[in-house]
Design a binder for this molecule. Structure first.
Ligand code: UDP
Length: 338
């Protein structure tokens, strides 16, 4: 891609899309955001409204997409991503992963723009291989409640690879592992936001199941750094082969999925303890039933991101929580005063 690029971010008003918008604007690029605001918030972008290189369009990406002018890249972030959101909106989730991805790919093709899909560690389901390399095909229940998200993203990956193989489109796929940080909604429902908000309000921390299930938590700045490296990487390398995470000549293939996540694994109970320590809260722990098909373990194998992108997570959980807690403190104070 050239020096100054024009990038469309679908879902750019969301937690991660808005951070990516900031980073691209800071680097001198032009950003157009499409978002229907079902989980995204204009507040996340309030500070860039009026910026000369920024434009916001309220748009449902499952409907036909039109954008005049040239475009260098399309980053497809649009989708509910928290379990409570996709369980509440199963059909919009399936539609944005399928129809929305198809529309975003079609727009990329028409504009000769690079395409980057935000995929997920959920493609591995409740994994039977640990940690998870990109070559693992996963263990997903297609008809369980989480299947609406997992299968939508698996379809999105499949159609992205088809556009690459059939149309020669320059595509990238990032598999995002549990990410947290400022701009998550206080009612987002995910474990980091729930625990911090509960601790700050003096409510019990809701631990689902025994709390011995694991996740590997990535601070948002680390994740965005990895995504930018993948997006801006100019070595298009060999064409994708049908096997492994390497091209037909064995070289790493930029078009095949890349895990981006912190590889340090914690139990949910560890996280609850850490949040209580860092907030100084005296909240109790309250056990709730484990959701259906909740993955028991999750940890990325990031060998490929290290080799291909020279990417390494830099922010350990404690430091990331220390940056995130003040944001939630302020959000709660604002909600209380309005
Ligand atoms: N979880 C929990 N309490 C909560 C929210 C989530 O114990 O209030 C657990 C959940 O069951 C899962 C883990 O925390 O095992 C991560 O859940 P989250 O919704 O953040 O993301 P997931 O990895 O399941 O998509």
């Amino acid at each position: 891609m050239g020096e100054t690029t024009r990038v469309l971010i679908t879902g750019g008003a969301g937690f991660l899309g808005s951070h990516l918008t900031d980073r691209l604007l800071e680097a001198g690029h032009e950003v157009v955001v499409f978002d229907n605001l079902i989980t995204g918030r204009e507040d996340n972008l309030a500070h860039v409204f009026g910026h000369g290189r920024f434009r916001f369009v309220r748009q449902n990406v499952t409907e036909f997409l039109y954008l005049p002018g040239p475009l260098d890249a399309v980053v497809h972030f649009a989708s509910p991503a928290s379990p409570i959101d996709y369980l509440r909106m199963p059909i919009p989730t399936l539609k944005v992963g399928s129809l929305g991805t198809h529309n975003a790919l079609g727009l990329s093709l028409a504009k000769h723009a690079r395409f980057l899909l935000a995929s997920t560690s959920e493609v591995y389901g409740d994994p039977q291989i640990h940690p998870q390399p990109e070559t693992y095909w996963g263990h997903v229940n297609p008809v369980g409640p989480r299947g609406v998200y997992d299968e939508a993203k698996r379809f999105a990956e499949a159609i992205t690879m088809a556009y690459h193989r059939y149309h020669g489109l320059d595509t990238r796929i990032v598999r995002i592992f549990n990410t947290y940080g400022p701009r998550m909604r206080p009612d987002d429902g995910r474990v980091v936001s729930n625990f911090i908000v509960q601790a700050l309000r003096g409510e019990s921390l809701t631990v689902y199941g025994q709390g011995d299930q694991t996740r590997s938590f990535t601070y948002c700045d680390d994740l965005i750094d990895g995504i930018l490296r993948l997006l801006l990487h100019d070595d298009t390398g060999p064409s994708a082969s049908n096997d492994a995470a390497a091209g037909s000549d064995g070289a790493p293939d930029i078009h095949l999925p890349v895990n981006i996540g912190n590889s340090v694994e914690f139990t949910v109970a560890d996280l609850a303890r850490e949040v209580l320590t860092l907030t100084g809260s005296r909240s109790e722990i309250e056990r709730r039933p484990l959701p259906i098909d909740d993955p028991k373990v999750r940890q990325p194998d990031i060998t490929r991101a290290r080799a291909l992108l020279h990417w390494e997570p830099r922010v350990p959980l404690r430091a990331g929580l220390e940056r995130t807690i003040p944001y939630f403190r302020e959000s709660i104070a604002q909600a209380g005063s309005s």
